[in-house]
Design a protein around this ligand. Sequence first.
Ligand code: ADE
Length: 561
Amino acid sequence: MHSLTASSGPALVGVVRKDWASQNSIALSWSEVERLPSDIVDYEVKYFEKEQEQLSYSSTRTKAPSVVVTGLRPSTVYVFHVRVRTAAGYTAYSPNFEFATVAEDPDIADQGQVLVVVTASVGGFSLLVILTLFLLITGRCQGYIKARMKSEEKRRTRFHSGHVPFSGIKTYVDPDTYEDPTQAVEEFAKEIDPSYICIERVIGAGEFGEVCSGRLRIPGRMDIAVAIKTLKGGYMEQQRQDFLREASIMGQFDNPNIIRLEGVVTKSRPVMIVVEYMENGALDSFLRTHEGQFTVLQLVGMLRGIAVAMTYLSDMGYIHRDIAARNILVDENLVCKVSDFGMSRVLEDDEPEAAYTATGGKIPIRWTAPEAIAYGKFSTVSDVWSYGIVMWEVMSYGERPYWEMSNQDVILSIEEGYRLPAPMGCPVTLHQLMLHCWQKEANQRPRFNNVLSFLDKLIINPSSLLTLVNDVQSFPDSPEDMPDYPLFISIGDWLDSIKMSQYKNNFLAAGYTTLDSISTMSLDDIRRIGICLIGHQRRIISSIQSLRLQLHHIQHSGFQV
Ligand code: ADE
């Protein structure tokens, strides 16, 4: 073993523990080192196959004192050691620790890799034959094979022990496995001449700098609308690498429902990432500003697009970790595309929902599966959980999941078995699919290809969408179990808080004087007291659901009045 970077100082990491292992992944953690957190830049985890020690190694970085190392071979012993990067440089490595992945289980698809094999066995061979014929006919075979060999060779040096997983099938390559991250950018992103980019206006602020809209005018090509992410001046090399990392991920994908990378500018300043422009911006705010304006079929169409992207990503072995409506962009034709590929390693600091977990990771709690929150077990089925939350966000026109409940209460409620109720006007089948995505047991959740074919069936047979969950959904407890003490807030204050104070007299005249009596109201009751506008019904029903959640939580946490 050797290191390209000299180490100095004693090893600050002592014991490295294995938290869990699957066929292709091992989760590790170690004690936080006794230094000011601001002194620690990150941890570097180096690992190699025990049998192949002298051949090659891989490394990955993490800001938390834990990591999930993915892309490993089943039934294989790996050697791990960890060192700390401080502002002054690297410390020495911890001692070596040996941990093994588990044996192959044909029934369980780990990170979509079984799906890759299936896809490959069905379509791969015929595609290969067609491609070879095409290349021979057009005389491009030699150049292609050379280029392919070169890139395979590079890949072999990155995957320890020369093992290329599923060669011939497109799998995601983690840019962190490159010794030099610049190589990953060169391999997966085209360099754009900055004179081809015309910046028009600033449309937002990212973690690394402004996000602008503009035009990309490549000679001989039609010009296109683009969004341009910029890296603001005065950055450190590490920030430049973190910024460009997203481009090396995005550049590996080619799917109609994934934001397309046009290219990067790295050879001049400012450094930029150029992607296709999405006219309607982020899905959450788009839905909020168009509340009640789409048919159920249009909403399901949006969800289908996201499921297409997620099926593709899981087939490639990529785990997104931050699937949420805020990270989906919408184009002028309502096509939804998955974006924000910054978080596959650690959460970006500009993620507004990021919260620290007990294990030190930063996670958007209300979108994240319980096993990922509890012990960092991210997988394609933890992405499925998040997808279920996106379904709920879409069907409720951008409502905040679990409303204003605290992150800690969300975690406790999920643990108790609570799940988000169906938004008003949501077809029963869609809510059932959400509940399926939110199964506590990860292996019981559907895979993305199941979700996609289910949605396709609904779209082909729209009558299946006609049965709506037409009531405020009940909890595991019946309304009779609700506490009979009033919440300490008046009906007037409650209606003010949801900007519906014009209906105060409707509630009072019908005898609803306490919030706990309101918490048992059904949609029919809301209509009966004279609230006819669908948008207003939606807002009131959503708030009643939130009240019921709070009551349920108060009851379960043993709150006494
Ligand atoms: N905001 C961030 N990325 C964007 C994009 N590609 N199009 C429009 N708005 C964006």
